[in-house]
Design a protein around this ligand. Structure first.
Ligand code: URA
Length: 234
């Protein structure tokens, strides 16, 4: 948004006052005096007028090792949500980048940066379609030798009338495997295994793109993402 529009909208100044403040060098964006009314600001720009902060909004990114039993939602009347585990920080503007089912454990990413999270998870984003999501899977029955081939060819989902994009299955032992998918459809991993006559009994997300679940995080613990973990997506 243009700086003059932002100030009229958010700081309740008249347009005339905004132009005066700009020409009198009374407006700073991220510490720099700005006189240009068309200067572009974002939801994360730090904006000051006459020394008073009008917007202080920093982008924040976290990873949580989600335990079973917590919903990937910001609020819920019945079940505890993953956000309640982020104690000691302001969670009011956070959202989840790539949900997990209530019983699924592992890597959950939370942020207040919608543009960033859309690149990671938006189904239509070309970038998101290339981002591998890696799951450790335990199944009720031994994995049949044809499963990897079936997943690589794609599994047809009747509800959406679509075929999943090629996925890689690494069989670890009889009933455990590591599955890499490139989408995030509803119950995708469970439905893929159900389609080949198996059943997922434990599901744990290990990785999304270059962000791996920090092995030092116990279930229910979280930490801020590092700059490297944030920047690779840009
Ligand atoms: N696929 C599922 O079936 N469940 C999840 O939580 C994530 C992927």
């Amino acid at each position: 948004m243009q700086l003059d529009r932002f100030l009229c909208k958010h700081a309740d100044y008249s347009r005339k006052t905004v132009l005066q403040l700009l020409s009198q060098q009374q407006v700073k964006v991220d510490g720099q005096t700005i006189q240009h009314r068309e200067f572009l600001v974002t939801q994360f720009s730090h904006i000051e007028v006459q020394g008073k902060t009008i917007q202080r909004h920093t982008a924040r990114y976290y990873m949580l090792n989600k335990p079973a039993g917590f919903l990937s939602a910001t609020t819920d009347p019945v079940h505890p949500t993953a956000l309640t585990l982020l104690t000691g920080i302001d969670t009011s503007d956070l959202h989840i980048a790539g949900r997990l089912d209530r019983a699924t454990t592992g890597l959950l990413i939370l942020t207040n940066d919608g543009k960033w999270s859309r690149q990671l998870t938006e189904p239509k984003s070309v970038k998101a379609q290339k981002i591998p999501k890696v799951y450790f899977v335990e199944t009720a029955y031994a994995i049949s030798p044809t499963t990897a081939q079936r997943f690589a060819e794609g599994i047809y989902f009747k509800t959406e009338d679509t075929t999943t994009s090629p996925a890689q299955l690494e069989i670890i032992c009889k009933k455990t495997s590591r599955l890499t998918i490139y989408e995030g459809r509803y119950h995708q991993v469970k439905r893929m295994f159900a389609a080949v006559g198996n059943r997922v009994v434990n599901l744990h997300r290990e990785k999304m793109g270059k962000i791996s679940l920090d092995p030092t995080l116990k279930l229910g613990e979280f930490r801020a993402l590092t700059l490297n973990e944030i920047d690779w997506i840009l």
